[in-house]
Design a protein around this ligand. Sequence first.
Ligand code: PLP
Length: 505
Amino acid sequence: MDYLSTRDKALRLRAAEAIAMGLSRDGGLFTPVLFPHLSTLEIETLCGMSYQRRAAYVMGKFLEDFSPEELNYYAVSAYGPDASVITSPGQGKFDHPEVAPLHPVDGNTWCLELWHGPTSAFKDMALQMLPLLLSASLKKTGEEKTACILVATSGDTGKAALEGFKDVEQTKILVFYPENGVSEIQKLQMVTQEGNNVGVCAVQGNFDDAQNGVKRIFSDEEMREELAKRGCFLSSANSINWGRILPQIVYYISAYCDLVRSGTVKLGQKINYCVPTGNFGNILSCYYARKMGVPIGRLICASNRNDVLTDFIRTGVYDRNRPFHTTMSPSMDILISSNLERLLFDLSEWDDELVRGYMAQLNQTGRYEINETIKERLQMLFYGGFCSEEDTSATIAAMYREHGYLIDTHTAVAAKVLSDYRRESGDDTPAVFVSTASPYKFCDSVLAAIGETPAANSLDRIEQLRQVSGVTPPVRLAALKGKPVRFTSVTERSGMDSVVKSFLQ
Ligand SMILES: *Cc1c(COP(=O)(O)O)cnc(C)c1O
């Protein structure tokens, strides 16, 4: 299947080329020319499979350059052996045999836990897979240069990408994070990263500054030539890369299958999904699953105080000219949601000229307004809501008290917006809200929310939360204590170019 750019639909690439490049040279995002339809029979067949098999099957629909054997092998390498093979916990890469399990909350609501991977955030679902796809794509396209992965992170992507790409052949990875925009534990996870092909650097600014810096470097001709001389080319592990979006489609299909398999939902019956959203990558994957024919009703887009998407869905106006808030759900502190571009491309029925225009306006004025047709389609599919800081804490407390279930700050945003949606719309369709991080990744906010005073040292809070809640912390987070710090550099925004050059010396 071919891939085209959201800013130039005449451009056609093979899957391996799209994945190796990451971002199109015209600044657009690669999108498949076709979304294969899953028949009811196929969904029924998927219900009988393990997560790994489902992943290989669904990805195979989009990746004709890859054989089923290859994809099955990658699925097992990324997510660990099938549950049937695992005999004790901790044997797989993921610390749960089902990889992405559903936690029942009440009779009509489930929480999809996407954080059982090595870095305890949902980014692992895609970033354990992307390096395998990318490295194979280099071979398939005959690329001999080293892929240098540049990442701008709001916290979780950076660590998950480092962990996925560490010591992967023919790749190097450099991560930029906002100096004061990530949690203490997120920062520690990154600056202690092992591996011989990795680099980490703080940027003075917020996530958008880091992301804009990376985008600028990507479109810099001179930089491209300079790196080519050193035998490198730039690629992306951010969710602008199709190889990130694709593995995420799998869990929306898989969770539906799990509900059918357990007899809770009848095959064909609709469910709603509520997704805590930042760069719009996760919820876009849900939209694509729906497009493929999975019975999904409403897509509920949950934001924190940075409510640019809520306003967009409600009014059709995207306006980033507003205060940037640093919140307790930092992975969603974003004012420019890159993947919205793919949605606009799709909703406009591939009007690349229109998309180019919106993106140019966003670049120049920070604002654009979609036309009535797109707005109508958007509002039919999506509901947008946001959650304040107080409500985030109150939701963590209520979930813990009423359901004995410990959730992190991002997940709490989703849980709250789902309940707002249900109250406002009266729609009581069975619903799944998505849990994107382990509560242990945001111990201070979680402890405070359940009425504890967080210990002074951020690593001591892991043990503190364990004692209070009785929930076992992820092994790798607990092991952060005592790990040596390897990376201490900080750069101004304008210095990002030279950091890249010296990293690739
Ligand atoms: C990245 C992230 C999000 C936002 O996901 P997007 O794909 O950027 O919308 C939400 N929660 C957590 C914990 C994350 O790491």
